[in-house]
Design a protein around this ligand. Structure first.
Ligand code: IMP
Ligand code: MG
Length: 189
């Protein structure tokens, strides 16, 4: 896409997911982990990851949001605990696309602790450790990136660009394209 600085290419993503899937398959052999995926951003990552897992597993989804308006950071985390599978006594792996301040995951871990899971680990495609405000332990990381706003591979700016097969830095040009995509592209505040 024009005017977009690629930070992680599609080939790099594919190769790294292969490695992560191999590691998870090895470490969870004989178990049936429950992969809880954070919507919406992690849906692409999940789809590619599970197709490379060689162990039995189940998936479920949870909706949390911490960004109210485009790329402006907000620490308000909204959880709608709409799990269909009971996580009690399960080995849970949280699948996220990016860990930024850490507020979202720390909130989710607290929620899961209250539901008596057997174990919980975090698997994220991207990590921005320099943006961290709350300490969270990340067990599986695809790529560590600097504290810049990125889009693509599931990550959006105003609901656009989730379809890009790579991760790129949000530029002025992309910002303009998202705004001109129309009123539907701008979330209600
Ligand atoms: P945290 O609570 O600050 O760790 O925020 C995590 C959530 O914010 C992620 O799961 C994303 O949905 C969103 N987010 C954080 N950084 C970015 C970014 O660079 N691009 C797109 N979304 C982001
Ligand atoms: Mg997310």
């Amino acid at each position: 896409m024009d005017g977009c600085e690629i930070l992680v290419t599609a080939e790099q993503i594919e190769a790294r997911i292969e490695e992560l899937a191999r590691q998870i398959s090895r470490e969870y052999r004989g178990k049936n982990p429950l992969l809880i995926t954070l919507l919406k951003g992690a849906f692409v990552f999940l789809a590619d990851l599970v197709r490379r897992l060689s162990i039995p597993h189940e998936i479920d989804f949870i909706t949390l949001s911490s960004y109210r308006d485009g790329s402006n950071r907000s620490s308000i985390v909204e959880i709608s605990d709409n799990l269909k599978i009971d996580p009690r006594d399960r080995d849970v792996i949280i699948i996220d696309e990016i860990v930024d301040t850490g507020h979202t995951l720390s909130r989710l871990i607290r929620t899961l602790d209250n539901r008596n899971v057997r174990s919980v680990k975090i698997c994220t495609l991207l990590d921005k450790p320099s943006a961290r405000e709350i300490d969270v332990t990340v067990h599986y990381t695809g790529f560590t990136i600097p504290d810049v706003f990125v889009v693509g591979y599931g990550l959006d700016y105003r609901e656009q660009f989730r379809n890009l097969p790579y991760i790129c830095k949000l530029s002025r040009n992309l910002e303009r394209q998202a705004v001109s995509a129309g009123p539907d592209a701008i979330p209600l505040k």
